[in-house]
Design a protein around this ligand. Structure first.
Ligand code: THG
Length: 367
């Protein structure tokens, strides 16, 4: 692949200086912004993530802020997950659907107060949809993208590193909850969350001027913990079954097809614009669903398009993400598999750029 040409449309982040100094080797583009994908190598980064602690520039997880008396109402219009019992201080993973029940995004919703929310988005321009709904329904709410950039601290030593910078109280933050912490006289929201299964935190850094001071403080405090710059790791996130919007699912898929039915309460999510459509499809049930697959043979090449899944001459799905797993000693993959072949142990054939490979469908991911 050729080099990515820098320009102002391809936004840098408050941490870009630190990312470059740490020797970033590759980027992808996510929400029109740079997202690192490799520091040492995908495999070295993977082993280090599972054994130490990493600091991730995930400023690409942009916030759509809802502010005003109708913020809660607008939030419920966006998602089939019932938000009535959600309290300030909580984060929810929420499928966002359009009027056909198609997935528009799969963000983390952060409830700051009754009338102030952040929607921490995956890679799609959700802001336009949310602004359109607010305007079309004449809601009393402001919708915009604030100067907030998440910085993730992930890995088994994340608690130790965070406690050194923010104090022991940070250890008490529970999964998908957040609290407020002081850094250099400024208030920061810190949640126990992040796009890995290794545990850790996400710091919502308000104000780009705070980016490098915080980055430097974490690296200074973590010298003896082998802290390193990292990024969402392809292998680890496939092992963990963490989905990637735009890769593993699109607006052609319902949350149920994505295995996100557990985050839908379609009967009680009154006001969700996709509710009627989802009630209709939920009655029949999905005919395809996201599954883990192990692909036989040596390491597969990078998956930059959907690889067809076959059973004889019948197309039975697609693989959307795949990588060699050093820990499980097989190629791990995510795919959308048709009902006829989605049971645990079902055998299929994957059409990779390297040729046909046997693969086995699994009901559960690896971690
Ligand atoms: N954190 C924040 N924003 C994000 C992401 C994040 N925006 C982009 C992207 N990641 C959105 N997608 C996901 C996908 C999975 C999870 C979070 C965001 C996730 N899932 C857990 C799981 O599936 O095990 C837990 C879900 C739950 O139990 O509620 O964490 O990572 N701020």
């Amino acid at each position: 692949m050729a080099i990515l040409a820098p320009s102002r449309r391809l936004r840098r982040t408050p941490f870009s200086e630190g990312v470059e100094a740490a020797g970033v080797k590759a980027y992808t583009v996510y929400n029109h912004m740079l997202l690192p994908t490799v520091f040492r190598s995908v495999e070295e980064d993977y082993h280090h993530l599972k054994s130490a602690v990493q600091v991730w520039d995930v400023a690409v997880e942009r916030q759509v802020e809802l502010r005003g008396p109708d913020a809660g109402r607008l939030m419920q219009m966006l998602t089939p997950r019932d938000l009535r019992r959600m309290l300030p201080g909580q984060c929810y993973y929420v499928p966002i659907v359009d009027e056909t029940g198609g997935m528009l995004n799969d963000p983390v919703a952060v409830k700051l107060s009754e009338d102030r929310w952040w929607i921490s988005i995956a890679d799609s321009d959700l802001l336009f949809w949310v602004k359109g709904l607010a305007l079309g329904y004449r809601l009393d709410v402001l919708v915009d993208e604030p100067d907030v950039s998440p910085l993730a601290v992930q890995g088994p030593k994340a608690d130790e590193l965070m406690a050194r910078v923010f104090g022991d109280r940070v250890r008490d933050v529970r999964f998908f909850k957040f609290d407020h912490f002081d850094f250099q006289g400024r208030d920061l929201v810190i949640a126990r969350s992040g796009y890995s299964k290794q545990g850790g935190f996400e710091i919502y850094v308000e104000g780009e001027d705070l980016g490098m001071p915080l980055w430097n403080a974490l690296f200074e405090a973590g010298k003896d913990l082998d802290v390193h710059a990292g990024c969402p790791n392809l292998i680890e996130r496939i092992e963990g079954g963490l989905l990637s919007f735009g890769n593993d699912m699109t607006d052609d898929n319902t949350p149920h097809e994505c295995g996100l039915g557990k985050f839908c309460n379609t009967h009680t999510a009154i006001g969700c614009v996709g509710r009627d459509a989802l009630l209709r499809v939920a009655k029949e049930g999905p005919v395809q669903q996201i599954r883990a697959l192990s692909i036989e043979g040596p390491a597969v090449p990078g998956c930059d398009r959907w690889w067809p899944l076959w059973s004889g001459k019948k197309r039975v799905g697609r693989v959307s993400s795949a990588a060699w797993s050093p820990d499980f000693k097989t190629n791990v993959a995510v795919g959308m598999v048709r009902l006829s072949h989605w049971d645990d142990g079902d055998e299929v054939t994957v059409e990779t750029p390297d040729g046909m490979r046997k693969a086995v469908v699994h009901e559960k991911f690896w971690i």
